[in-house]
Design a protein around this ligand. Structure first.
Ligand SMILES: *Cc1c(COP(=O)(O)O)cnc(C)c1O
Length: 393
């Protein structure tokens, strides 16, 4: 079984580039050039240098003894929360800004929901002195003021989108429209392993630095580079793709993605795409998505803004269908409890997204000697208001 992308841009039956004809020029340029560029020595050197000196990599792999004792098995945390800007998203935006530069692009566009990807994009645009435009649903603009302020201070232009539900999906549609109208000078930085080929593969490669480091660090700390299992939260699926990447072909390593159940997978307030969704095409990719009987996308819900995407990357659709990876869910309440436990036992306040992976530790069977890796995708700094509201009642 092959778990990587094939030459047509598919993971099994999922993925591809289901693009409107007007986007052909943009996608074709990227598709024909991305591998040569990102596999070149000069690119690799620039990428590695920024990862080390700007992002602060390698991020630590930390043996968390107090929660290990609590769960009765060995828990290691991959500390993506310690990266510059507080999450794994910077790994991808650094890769794509370097690629855009090599393609001679002078203008960057991006979509953002909660604003995390918008901030990571505005950051690398400031770093490279490139013009940055971020599309964001008007509702999200009003809900996410701190991130909007950061993007503006970083010099990005934030354009509120008033169509549809005024959230992430609408912002994505608007960004695609912009790109179609500006194929010459503009690169579109997509924030996860979603969208048309080659984005899912390209973003997975940039994020794969996570599993490359895990292997080295495990070898150094335990003498064995293969853990029993790896857990990661899944929105679009980029931090999970990065944490799984170098372990895909080793079946001894159990791979577990954790989706946001929201208020419960049997309510309408959920974002657990693989659990409640069905196959279809969203944002130019064939994958699982949350849709009604007419094929219209339904609005997802999760306490963590970074996980409420109505689709999922095609790599995960394939890993799910072939049963190479398992996908569990965690509710808002389970996530808050798991976040509080980590905070008070290890002194680490996790992002709400990352706390989904922690919450799944209660739902799996682990032996005392198992080595379990939890990818701690981001920091809880951005979530303090939510945590305080919950603790207050
Ligand atoms: C955006 C985000 C996610 C979800 O995105 P993926 O592409 O699924 O990784 C997870 N964790 C954090 C901290 C995020 O900011």
């Amino acid at each position: 079984m092959n778990y990587n992308i094939n030459e047509k841009g598919y993971y099994g039956e999922f993925g591809g580039a289901w693009i409107p004809e007007m986007m052909f020029t943009n996608i074709n340029e990227l598709k024909t050039k991305y591998l040569d560029i990102i596999e070149s020595e000069t690119f690799k050197n620039e990428f590695d240098c920024l990862m080390k000196n700007y992002v602060g990599r390698p991020s630590p792999l930390y043996y968390a003894s107090r929660i290990s004792e609590h769960y009765g098995s060995k828990i290691y945390l991959k500390r993506e929360d310690l990266n510059h800007t507080g999450s794994h998203k910077i790994n991808n935006t650094i890769g794509q800004i370097l690629l855009a530069h090599k393609l001679g692009k002078t203008r960057i566009i991006a979509e953002t929901g909660a604003g995390q990807h918008g901030v990571a994009t505005a950051t690398v645009c400031a770093l490279k002195g490139i013009k940055c435009i971020v599309y964001m649903g008007a509702l999200d603009v009003s809900r996410q003021a701190p991130n909007v302020n950061k993007m503006k201070m970083l010099g990005a232009e934030v354009i509120p989108v008033n169509s549809g539900n005024k959230t992430l999906k609408d912002a994505t549609n608007e960004a695609m429209r912009d790109w179609i109208n500006n194929p010459e000078d503009t690169h579109y930085i997509i924030g996860s392993v979603v969208g048309p080929h080659p984005y899912p593969d390209m973003v997975a490669r940039f994020q794969s630095v996570i599993s490359a480091e895990i292997k080295n660090q495990l070898k150094e700390q335990t003498g064995n580079e293969y853990p029993a299992r790896i857990l990661a939260c899944v929105g679009g699926g980029s931090n999970a793709a990065g944490a799984f990447y170098h372990f895909l072909d080793n079946k001894c390593v159990e791979l577990i993605g954790v989706e946001a159940a929201g208020k419960g997978v049997d309510t309408h307030e959920t974002a657990a795409t693989l659990t409640v969704g069905t196959p279809g095409v969203l944002h130019s990719s064939k994958t699982y998505l949350m849709q009604n009987n007419d094929g219209q996308i339904t609005e997802p819900y999760s306490i963590s803004a970074g996980l409420d995407y109505p689709g999922i990357g095609p790599m995960h659709a394939h890993l799910f269908k072939t049963e190479r990876a398992k996908y569990l869910t965690a509710t808002d309440e389970e996530v808050l409890q798991a976040a509080l436990l980590l905070t008070q036992k290890e002194g680490i306040i996790p992002a709400l997204e990352s706390a989904h992976a922690l919450a799944a530790l209660n739902k799996i069977k682990m032996n005392p000697d198992d080595v379990n890796i939890v990818n701690l995708s981001g920091s809880g700094n951005k979530d303090m208001a939510t945590y305080m509201n919950w603790l207050a009642y």
